[in-house]
Design a protein around this ligand. Structure first.
Ligand code: RIB
Length: 297
C-alpha cells in the first residue's frame, strides 16, 4: 500500500464551549470544557489512518502528560509513530479553542512543535522505508517546511501542502508543491483577492496555479470545494449538514483527499470522498474525537 508521511504539529486542544464570547476584561460562564487530541499534523495523520491510509508521522511532543496522550491517540489508529520525538524538557503544543455558535477561535502555543527542525527531519525522513506522499501544514517552523520541500523535490516525492495557519512563504516553495489544499481565508491571504463564492475561488485558484503549483483545491465550507482537473476548473457542492464545530474539518478534508488520490482515484472522486468525510466532522465536537472511520464514511 502507498505510504503517506505527515510532518507537522501535535497539540492538546483545550476546548471551551460557550454561548457568549467575553470581551477583554470580562468574565462569562461557559457551557463545557474538554481536552481533545489535536494539532493540524496529528489530525491529518489520524484522519488518513482512520480512512484507510498507510501513515507515518514525524513531529515532536513534550515530555508531559499531553505528549503521552497525543502519542497514544495516534498509535491507536495504526499510524507509525516510532519517529515522533519526545522532547523531555519541553511542554507539548497546546491550542486553546473557544467554540461559540458553531464557529471557533484558536490560540496555538507551539511548545515542542517548534523543535521540528531540519536536523530532526534529516535524521528521520530518509530512514522511512517508503514515502509516496508528504503531507505538510504550517504549524512547524517555516525553515523546516522549506527544507522538506527541497528534499522532496530532490527525491521526486510529491508534497501536499495545507498552508494553515496562513503565513508568507518564500516564492521558491510554490513550484515544489504538487497539491495545495486551502480554505477561502487562506486563498484570500495568498492571492490578495476576496474569496466568498465558488466563482471568486476559481479566480484565486487560477492565480495560485500560475505560481507553478500542480493542483489546487479551495474549500469553501458549506459552499463545497473548487479545484482544477484535466484543464478545467470544477466545483463540488458540500453535503448539507447541521454544523456544530468546524474544528479539524479542513484537516480531515486534506487527509481524505490524500488517501483517495493515493488509492488511484481521479481528483473529482477524491474531492467527493473528502467532502463527505469533512461533512461528518462538523456535526461533532472536537478535533480527533470527530473524525470518522472508513467504515462509517
Ligand atoms: O485544524 C484544527 C487544529 O488547529 C486543532 O486541533 C488545533 O490543535 C489547531 O492546531
Amino acid at each position: 500500500m502507498k505510504k503517506i508521511v505527515v510532518i507537522g504539529s501535535l497539540n492538546m486542544d483545550l476546548v471551551t464551549q460557550t454561548g457568549q464570547l467575553p470581551r477583554i476584561g470580562e468574565t462569562v460562564n461557559g457551557l463545557a470544557f474538554r481536552t481533545v487530541c489535536g494539532g493540524k499534523g496529528a489530525n491529518q495523520a489520524y484522519a488518513a489512518a482512520r480512512l484507510g491510509g498507510s501513515v507515518a508521522m514525524l513531529g515532536c511532543v513534550g515530555g508531559d502528560v499531553f505528549g503521552e496522550k497525543l502519542l497514544h491517540s495516534l498509535q491507536e489508529t495504526g499510524a507509525d509513530c516510532s519517529h515522533i520525538q519526545v522532547c523531555e524538557d519541553t511542554e507539548s503544543g497546546t491550542a486553546s479553542i473557544t467554540v461559540c455558535q458553531g464557529d471557533n477561535a484558536i490560540i496555538v502555543v507551539p511548545g515542542a512543535n517548534a523543535l521540528v527542525s531540519p536536523a530532526y527531519i534529516e535524521a528521520h525522513l530518509p530512514a522511512l522505508a517508503r514515502v509516496d506522499l508528504i503531507l505538510l501544514q504550517l504549524e512547524i517552523p517555516l525553515k523546516t517546511v522549506a527544507y522538506i520541500t527541497e528534499y522532496a523535490a530532490g527525491q521526486k516525492i510529491p508534497v501536499m501542502l495545507n498552508p494553515a495557519p496562513a503565513q508568507a512563504l518564500p516564492p521558491e516553495i510554490f513550484p515544489r508543491i504538487r497539491y495545495l489544499i486551502l480554505n477561502e481565508t487562506e486563498c484570500s491571504f495568498y492571492t490578495g483577492l476576496p474569496i466568498r463564492t465558488p466563482a471568486d475561488a476559481k479566480e484565486g485558484l487560477a492565480l495560485l496555479l500560475a505560481k507553478g503549483i500542480g493542483q489546487v483545491v479551495v474549500t469553501l465550507g458549506r459552499q463545497g470545494a473548487v479545484y482544477n482537473h484535466a484543464g478545467s476548473l470544477c466545483h463540488t457542492p458540500a453535503r448539507q449538514v447541521k454544523a456544530i464545530d468546524s474544528t479539524a474539518a479542513g484537516d480531515t478534508f486534506t487527509a481524505a483527499l490524500a488517501v483517495s488520490l493515493l488509492e488511484g482515484k481521479a481528483m473529482p472522486d477524491a474531492v467527493d470522498f473528502a467532502t463527505r468525510a469533512s461533512a461528518i466532522v462538523v456535526t461533532r465536537m472536537g478535533a480527533q474525537s470527530s473524525i470518522p472511520s472508513r467504515e462509517e464514511l
